[in-house]
Design a protein around this ligand. Structure first.
Ligand code: PLP
Length: 414
């Protein structure tokens, strides 16, 4: 069997553009008779005589060739110097990262983060005894004030040189243990679509010794590369755009810090809720078309957002691609596109529910990032923060024909 290339070098062909990399990456070596696609390797164990640490693969809870091509692809796409780590779900990836916050430290997290991240953070903070502070992530001054306050209350933990927890310095197993805490960024946020000033926040956090993690699910590495903007760790719900067909649940983490990767690898191996080989194979297959799916979905989203913004039944439309959106300038500066999620607010919860029930082409369902367009009133989830308006509807715009999508939505709005 021809194995995929080993996980040592994410930058296999750094000269290629990202929309080429998604197609080219993670293929088996080019020898006559080799498969064009990596095989699905179902082995739970691998030949490993002698010192087990010398074997690239030993037991599939630790590492398996079934994950390698996808992990290498993610490392390349996120401009990391190391391959990513695939997890059994986005929330498993998030929980592993949040678990790095040391006891006595502080996790600063957006009020409007994905609600599962908030719930997980609350649970882990309680068990691991660290502080949890929620912030308006679009308000840079407020986030910096929260960093200052958290830094003071945990000043005993700050390494002598101040910024030792940043990715460049965090090369030991103590990478997370010496930090006063972590700044969690989601940008754009789910579901409010607020845009954080990522470079300003990462700089401020690093000055104060904090680790920075960015949930890059909405943007994907094709639209935003948080490691280039100063983050230490990038997290994905692979379930969404990367896999792209609403048929797998997976997550991933990417970092360029050897120490942090080792800690996260240990979290994954020791908790043991790992990804299945077939799911990861499907995710790599989905990744092949990410660039064309996103192009089409973004073009649809831009047009739909503009039409919603002009519609009398819509109270407010949030989409960073709208020139008057509060996040537009920041998104234009730090992203390569505005994504394909829109939120808009109807007059009331009842009106929003009626709209989501009246559509015929859009699917009323939770989740996002698949080829099919989805619609959801977010406050139907009891766990959604109460600061999310009752009438807020989140649209995940897919790749169907624009006129069909708009006709269906317009009829439901009427
Ligand atoms: N991050 C964001 C931004 C999400 O929207 C979601 C799920 O909706 C997750 C993480 C969690 O991912 P998963 O459902 O794959 O666990």
């Amino acid at each position: 069997m021809t194995q995929p290339e080993p996980a040592s070098s994410p930058a296999r062909h750094p000269e290629f553009a990202p929309d080429t990399i998604v197609v080219e990456t993670g293929r088996p070596q080019r020898v006559d008779g080799a498969s064009v696609n990596p095989p699905i390797d179902l082995s739970s164990t691998f030949v490993s005589a002698g010192d087990i640490s010398n074997s690239p693969y030993a037991y599939a809870r630790f590492d398996t060739p079934a994950w390698t091509p996808f992990e290498v692809a993610l490392g390349q796409l996120e401009h990391a110097s190391l391959p990513g780590l695939v997890f059994g779900s986005g929330l498993a990836a998030i929980s592993a990262v949040i678990s790095l916050v040391p006891a006595g430290g502080t996790l600063i997290i957006p009020t409007h983060s994905y609600q599962g991240a908030l719930a997980s953070a609350e649970q882990i903070a309680g068990r691991q005894n660290f502080d949890l502070v929620t912030v308006d992530i679009a308000d840079t001054e407020a986030v910096i004030a929260a960093l200052d306050e958290a830094g003071q209350s945990t000043s005993g933990r700050v390494p002598a040189e101040g910024a030792a927890a940043s990715a460049g310095a965090a090369e030991g197993r103590t990478a997370s243990a010496t930090a006063p805490g972590m700044l969690w960024i989601e940008s754009p946020t789910n579901p409010m679509l607020e845009v954080a000033d990522v470079p300003a926040l990462t700089a401020a956090a690093k000055d104060r010794g904090f680790l920075v993690s960015v949930d890059n699910t909405f943007a994907t590495p094709l639209l935003q590369t948080p490691l280039d903007l100063g983050a230490d760790i990038v997290v994905h719900s692979v379930t969404k755009y990367l896999a792209g067909h609403s048929d797998v649940v997976l997550g991933a983490v990417v970092t360029s810090s050897t120490g942090l990767r080792e800690e996260l690898h240990t979290e994954r191996s020791m908790r043991g809720g790992i990804a299945g080989p077939f799911e990861v194979w499907l995710a790599l297959r989905g990744l092949r078309t990410l660039a064309v799916r996103l192009d089409r979905a973004q073009a649809n989203a831009q047009a739909i957002a503009e039409r919603l913004a002009a519609h009398p039944a819509v109270v407010e439309t949030r989409y960073p691609g709208l020139p008057n959106d509060p996040g537009h300038a920041r998104a234009a500066a730090q992203m390569n596109g505005f994504g394909a999620i829109i939120s808009f607010t109807a007059e009331s919860a009842d009106k929003a529910t009626a709209i989501a029930e009246a559509v015929r082409l859009w699917t009323p369902a939770t989740s996002l990032g698949g080829v099919e367009s989805l619609i959801e009133r977010r406050r139907r989830h009891p766990s959604e923060p109460v600061t999310v308006p009752e009438g807020l509807i989140r649209l995940s715009v897919g790749i169907e024909n624009l006129d069909d999508l708009w006709a269906d939505l317009e009829a439901a709005l009427a």
